[in-house]
Design a protein around this ligand. Structure first.
Ligand code: 1Q0
Length: 227
């Protein structure tokens, strides 16, 4: 069932990965960043098949960056795909970043993940403020319209709209976030939600920090609109 698959997801792993992605020099470590996304993909997979095309999309992007990383291993001159900034410097130097056409650069690929983190921040902040009567699909689509829809075609926006209707309800969302337990008891449910909210809060902070540093790096390099 959905819940069984949901057990794989551990929110503390999202928190740890994004927290440890940031170094003292405000660098973003790509391996940690991608690990954070691996865990988010598990969450998506716990939601079932309608969302399947979204997790496939994310997995494809993660794979692409990892392929680039494998293809340009560390040398005595350095490790080109170690951090976000080193990736940007490397790809710019090698002429891999195309500012006019779609390409397969790590920079344009990670930019899609970056915009998705914007969506995630908006969504999770809305979840934090939500109450039992709020629909996850509605919260999701408000965030989607703000953060991602402007970059998507009309057809894709329609497909996303359909997928969001199939989202599980709020209680199930918190069950996936906090892990499954014997269900049924109101009291347990409330306690689980309290724990979940605390972890969510810390996770949103970690993601926001990563997002802001990444945003700045893209801005400095004039790469916020890479096709
Ligand atoms: C919780 C439910 C998730 C709902 C997701 C909202 C909307 C997502 C829309 C995704 C459309 C994917 C189809 C392909 C789009 C690409 O065309 C587009 C551009 O790439 P390209 O190569 O064509 O230029 N790709 C993207 O824009 C990337 C979009 C990825 C969306 C990622 C959604 C992220 C979900 C994260 C996990 C949710 C975890 C929530 C709880 C976590 C608790 C800490």
């Amino acid at each position: 069932s959905r819940l069984c698959r949901g057990r794989d997801f551990q929110i503390h792993r999202v928190l740890t990965a994004f927290n440890s992605a940031v170094t003292g020099e405000r660098e973003i470590l790509l391996d940690r960043y991608l690990e954070g996304w691996d865990e988010l993909v598990k969450f998506l997979e716990a939601l079932g098949t309608v969302i399947g095309f979204i997790s496939q999309e994310v997995k494809g992007k993660l794979e692409l960056v990892r392929d680039l990383r494998r293809g340009a291993p560390a040398t005595e001159k350095g490790d080109p795909y170690r951090t976000l900034r080193s990736m940007m410097a490397h790809e710019l130097r090698a002429g891999l970043v195309d500012f006019r056409r779609q390409s397969l650069s790590g920079c344009r690929t990670l930019l899609r993940l970056h915009r998705s983190l914007h969506w995630l921040q908006l969504f999770l902040r809305a979840v934090e403020r939500s109450s039992a009567v709020d629909s996850m699909g509605a919260l999701c689509s408000v965030a989607y319209n703000q953060a991602l829809a402007p970059y998507h075609s009309w057809l894709l926006r329609k497909a996303v709209g359909v997928a969001l209707v199939a989202l599980p309800d709020r209680a199930e969302f918190f069950r996936i976030v906090c892990g499954e337990e014997e269900k049924g008891e109101r009291e347990r449910e409330r306690e689980r939600e309290r724990e979940g909210r605390q972890l969510l809060e810390r996770t949103v902070l970690a993601i926001t920090r990563v997002y802001n540093i990444t945003q700045e790096a893209y801005q400095v390099n004039g790469m916020l609109d890479l096709p």
